[in-house]
Design a protein around this ligand. Sequence first.
Ligand code: NAD
Length: 439
Amino acid sequence: MITDNFLRTPLTEFIADLKKKKINRFYFIYSADKEKLISSRPEFEYLAAEILNNKRDFNKHEGLFFELTDKYDSLLGAFIHKTNRGQGQGGVRFWDYEHLGDFISDGLRLSEGMTRKNALAGLWWGGGKGIITHSPGVDRKDPEVRKYIFRKYGEFITSLKGAYLTAEDVGTNTPDMYEIYKHTRFCTCIPPETGGSGNPSAPTAMGVVAGMEAGLEFLGLGTLQDKTIAMQGAGNVGLPMIQFLFEKGVKNVIVCDINPENIKRAKDKFSGKNMTAELVGIDDLSIFGHDCDIFAPNATGAIINPESIPMLKAKIVCGAANNQLQNPERDGKALMDKGITYIPDFLTNRMGIVNCANEQYGYVDNDPYFHRHLDKEWEHSIYKTSLEVLGNSKKSGLSPALEAIKLADHHAASLHPIFGHRANMIIQNLVAEGWENKL
Ligand code: NAD
């Protein structure tokens, strides 16, 4: 049974109820005039009301679209937050959710995060997020399961007519993107063999290094030359980051990881360099206590929190991990109070999305539309935006995390210079054509 509090409804029960009622599509659309979230089905008006009341995660999201797969009981979601700057864009994750509320909250939060990341990067994209729920008992590694689910996701995206553009995210990879791409043109991060931009991890590392340089400049500490960097996570982003840091002349790097293979890779790649790689347990926070100039969280989110902040000895925190602050308001302030300069993650880790942003416009060597994000001149470059955010924070007394959100929300209100609010027109069109009954 679906309970009257959707946050507590187990996802499996919600899906069973959809099947019983033969509902395979539904949506929620925000009406700015009525300040109401409108449900495609009267039986889900209680869900619309609860989503609207979820003040923490809901922020006038323009459209939320859902479809249930015939096989494997996956709920496909496209969460479109704000499309003033263009189509709602953001990766699709393939993930387990225990409750319906966790699934919806994640989509709401992550799609708003993409609006901000894209706007701060000066990209002409709005914010969106895809989620595919994984059902218990289904083998997610089975190639047939993946092929079916990603084909269905591609068809689902096609049905949304371009209001949402998808990309790779947690739980999905480039071959999955290719499977989606076979069934929709509204997909980025496809493999280079099919004209895509491929793995974005090294560009992401470059962007974070540009953020570190801005932090040092802001504090009057010069360049990365002779600095010490402590890093959590030597994965796809961490490893190339070490390389870029040595190229910038850092004195030494201390890195930790929970995966022995990644520690070995780091040791092999940087033997002869001044680098220490430590294998740690998952709850080991000793890396936070190292004497260093910069601490780079390159592993998981929510790692900057009341337990880890008191241990930090760095002057700057700047890394690739998404949502590093467990609580942006509380932890942003705690870092400031401790005299630590925080460069917000969604500002510096943008290069993954930048890497695939202009796939459809083709490729040139040393693409200026890519490199301007890493230079010191362009108004939306990581370096300049970081300095702007840190300057605003110094003036206002608000943390850099909150100042970055303010600046992002300001840019997110701009309309696409050619297409205006076209993606919202698409959403209205889907409603008018009865999208929910078209399967
Ligand atoms: P990854 O999985 O390749 O690397 C993460 C590494 O962190 C792994 O080696 C893992 O073993 C290690 N790790 C996990 N928990 C740890 C812990 N408690 N202590 C120490 N090490 C731990 O992921 P990635 O692609 O390198 O991405 C790193 C972070 O950056 C992630 O949070 C990701 O969401 C974010 N990010 C990545 C990109 C990208 O282009 N890959 C873009 C934007 C943001």
